[in-house]
Ligand binder design. Structure first.
Ligand SMILES: [Zn+2]
Length: 352
């Protein structure tokens, strides 16, 4: 039986140990014209490691997951809840300030999501007109004299969301908020929510898992367009190790921005863009990858070094970008004439 080398673990295996790897993870969309590595390039073991240990972990827990709910070409079934390790949404003004929201997929809404408020007790903030401090039942602090005298002046000083009234009352009694001189009347925050506009603050954390998914997507694409032999070169070993085993090398780097890649002409505002190109460093051309999810979250990172010195007459291997259109489900490609960090008319400009 013929043997092949996996582009991630570099192990030589029988052809039966390989299966199909999608260039863009399927959770980010499925597309008409394929883009699959199916020619004994990624072994089954690496493939299932990637889906279990990388993709499944961010599928419902990342800013990308939020955008996937809203813009993905495959609609998510109703009621899927976004986890909040990598993305957290909190209200940003007035009565909603500090409230924690959970994002839930909901096909009846135009935005395909709705926001649930996490269960909590709100205590009017001392010295504020309409702001509250929000607590879960378990972390409600002991009432202070200052808070109690403030509450006496407030008609709706205490509110609660999604908690049983008896549980709220018990917690308020335990912590000294309820006494003869102050009784608790609950306004309908649920009715305030939905009628009032509110903005949210989004806190995002980008961890190694997310970066490895991005790097894998670009590396898959590099293999798709240049073939196995090209990506098996040792200049990609550091990135390969990071993608497959999470081992970081200080020779690698990542940048992140909340904008599309500046040279990309996305076919639609919510397309993904995947590409690779050259940039000048230490007198040589080096290779970097770029990836934009849903037209707005961009990662740029080093793919590998080359020993091609920078001259005025360089003829470099082609650089490329692919666009994954989430409306038509089509993929298109273009040769990307692009210099990272440079201007088209400066000395680093090169021709296709
Ligand atoms: Zn492998």
């Amino acid at each position: 039986m013929a043997k092949y080398k996996c582009i991630y673990c570099l192990t030589e295996k029988d052809e039966s140990a390989f299966n199909r790897e999608h260039v863009v993870p399927r959770m980010m969309g499925t597309y008409n014209n394929g883009f699959v590595l199916g020619n004994h390039q990624v072994c089954e073991e690496c493939n299932s490691y990637f889906s279990k240990e990388l993709e499944n972990k961010i599928g419902l827990d990342s800013h990308e997951a939020f955008l996937r709910m809203q813009y993905g070409n495959k609609r998510m079934s109703d009621g899927r809840i976004l986890q909040n390790k990598r993305i957290a949404l909190t209200g940003n003004g007035g009565i909603f300030k500090g409230l924690k929201f959970t994002v839930v997929s909901d096909s009846s809404k135009q935005e395909r999501v709705h926001f649930d408020i996490s269960p909590c007790i709100g205590i009017s903030k001392v010295g504020s007109q309409d702001e509250y401090d929000y607590y879960s039942l378990d972390n409600l602090p002991q009432a202070t004299e200052e808070t109690l005298s403030h509450l006496k002046e407030k008609p709706h000083g205490i509110i609660s969301v999604d908690l049983k009234r008896e549980d709220v009352e018990q917690a308020l009694k335990d912590k000294g908020y309820l006494s003869d001189s102050y009784t608790y009347s609950e306004p309908e925050i649920a009715s305030m929510y939905g009628k009032t506009d509110f903005s949210t603050a989004i806190r995002i954390s980008i961890d190694s898992i997310m970066r490895r998914v991005c790097a894998k997507t670009v590396f898959n694409y590099l293999c798709f367009s240049e073939g196995s032999d090209y990506v098996l070169q040792s200049k990609f070993d550091e990135l390969r190790k990071y993608i497959r085993y999470g081992i970081w090398s200080n020779n690698l780097w990542f940048r992140y921005s909340q904008e599309p890649v500046s040279t990309a002409q996305l076919p639609t505002p919510t397309s993904h863009c995947v590409g690779y190109m050259f940039f000048p460093q230490n007198g040589c051309w080096n290779m970097c990858g770029c990836l934009t999810w849903f037209g707005q979250l961009t990662y740029i990172f080093k793919l590998g070094v080359t020993d091609i010195p920078i001259t005025r007459f360089n003829v470099l291997p082609p650089t490329k970008m692919a666009y994954f259109d989430n409306d038509t489900k089509n993929i298109s490609e273009e040769s990307a004439v692009f210099v990272y960090g440079g201007r088209p008319d400066d000395q680093y400009h090169f021709k296709k």
